[in-house]
Design a protein around this ligand. Sequence first.
Ligand code: SF4
Ligand code: SF4
Length: 230
Amino acid sequence: MIIAERKPLSELLGMLEGAKDITVLGCRSCTAICLAGGEKEAKELSEALSLHSELQGKGWRVATITVERACEKEFLSPLEGSVGTLISLACGVGAQVVQAMCPELHVLPGVNTTSMGAPEGMGVFLEQCAGCGDCILHLTAGICPIARCAKSLLNGPCGGSQDGRCEISPDTPCAWEQIVRSLEARGRLDLLEANIPPKDWRSSRSGGPRRTVNAEASAGEQQKAWREEG
Ligand code: SF4
Ligand code: SF4
């Protein structure tokens, strides 16, 4: 899932200069799970903004809308008729889809989108994938050395770890220590002998914005368009 965290209220207030009609948009998918932008957080932010408006005489009209998935335009019909400023508590993808679908709205980011990861514990989320576009988890015991090693090393540890912790911080496990221990437990230390060649980073963000095409779905769409034309 995509991980995000709430922006401080003071930062949002700074973005709202000149606003009158404000809609707070929650998303029931990723940002709801990471407790940054679901229905509950959207209501809380609306209440905080309404209170601020009342105390400061701003005259804001604040509404709240929560959709299933802000990143899919099919779910955005509840936004029809919204005017003014929209604070998006969806991830950066959702915020951009909403802005493209509703050009008359001024969309503000209400969260900082940080990474792709999973819950590690209550309210704690760990980055697990950097979206490199060429997965090598089969060689690394299902632990991503790109996202989880501070140096994104592909062929073993740097030598700086201490007691299983990364040299960048005692709070961060050394991903390569985890990989080696996990391979050892499975009797697959032989995988460490494989030399992982330098990655071709063109499949990652380094190659520019990526477009992923599902050929089957894409062909189906094309046939549908032809049928409609014919
Ligand atoms: S190897 Fe690439 S695709 Fe696989 S988990 Fe790591 S960053 Fe993600
Ligand atoms: S200590 Fe481990 S996780 Fe940290 S940079 Fe070195 S190999 Fe990577």
